[in-house]
Design a protein around this ligand. Sequence first.
Ligand code: PLP
Length: 480
Amino acid sequence: VPLYVQLSGALRDAVHRGRLPPGTCLPSSRSLAADLSLGRNTVINAYDQLVAEGYLAAVVGAGTRVTNLPKGALSASSRSLRTGRGNLSPGPSLSERGKEIGATGRVSAKPGRRAFQTGLPALDEFPFALWARLVASAIRRPDPSILGYHHSGGYRPLREAIASHLRSTRGVQCTADQVIVVTGAQAALDIAARMILDPGANVWIEDPGYLGTRGALRAAGARLLPVPVDEEGMDIEHGRACHPPPRLICLTPSCQFPLGITTTLSRRLALIEWANQADAWILEDDYDSEYRYEGRPLSALQGLDSNGRVIYAGTFSKTMFPALRVAYLVVPDRCVDDFRTAIRHTGQEAPLPLQAALAEFIDRGHYAAHLRRMRRLYAQRQHRFVELCEQHLAGYVSLPPRDAGMQLVAYFEHPVDRERLLAEADAQGVTLSTLGPLHLDACRRDGLFLGYAGVPEGEMETAVRIVARAFERQRRAPRD
Ligand SMILES: Cc1ncc(COP(=O)(O)O)c(C=O)c1O
């Protein structure tokens, strides 16, 4: 730390602590420099700094004096300097909303672990060398428009690429104008909730469901109304019987998170019909719809809506890698300008150079090729994973058949000490999570929620055996 900064710090401290009371005349810079064996410029710089900050005043002919600062403020700050704890009071509290958001738990992933973290794609299979070239070239020869505040709502070529991808693969009805690029589907959920909900608004959410959705809705002050999920998707009849009409219905119709159920066409139509009656919004989170292993995927719900009440969210986290932090919303025409402005105000714009690289990645066909490869790979991994579970975990869990997604549910066959199971697997390097925390209402059927897509086949068997041993130990010594 430069000497003049040390000196000004010591003098400032002395003012705060009252050792240099207001009005005190400081020695001349020459004599203080001689006393402290410092250069005169060091003292002059320190004095100048404190004059600029308002601690000292230099009066021509009268030297440099400590100014008259308010007593109370000085003594309060000197107390906090003494205790080193800031104010003696615990400090202002968070808002009720802030506390609620903080209390919405999140499963935190451990870096470097693959089995059986949820939500992770096959990171080892992503073409990083190719991606690095595209990012480098976007930066090396930047189009000046990607270095400023242009492209509100997202880089135009990327929005065009996304719109065309969504129209052809997801049946989403949209133009590039309706696509808003944001920093992750989480940001998409957050901005959508803030834009369409007033505090206290009723929102139907899937139960069990994604914690991030709950967090975003809470941040918007929504009233969360859990609606159970059956084999056809969100049970709307239950919602109608138990809850007031919603302002918003949030769901993951392509591959319900976490149960992996695809909402049937008749349920989708009923949902749209009910939203029309209730004049409600629908937020369709299509986070991993690309991964369907049998038959053709059902088109997005958004494509069935003719009243502009569906907001559609998709992400590159599952098709590329989560740290990319690029996702998108498709919003009805009438809201486009407001959403574009909103993402500027909330600071949720994805970096433009990355958006430019991504547009190239899609336009040159690399994205579609990577998706095709991953679809085949995840189908194989799912098949192998189910085989291993049947081989090693029979009697402990049962897996309902699923043909989509990146993770599977394995229901417990018997009551289990979950904490112990999770801790034992964790100690052996395997991450397990359960369905319980994903429920808002009581969890009637608990089980494991296992991500397999990011686990190479070579690591899978060892990891499944670790889980099997953890179950086995519990069976042998139930109250260990
Ligand atoms: C259902 C669901 N929605 C949204 C997200 C958020 O995705 P992103 O990484 O784009 O924020 C996830 C991530 O796991 C998810 O599982």
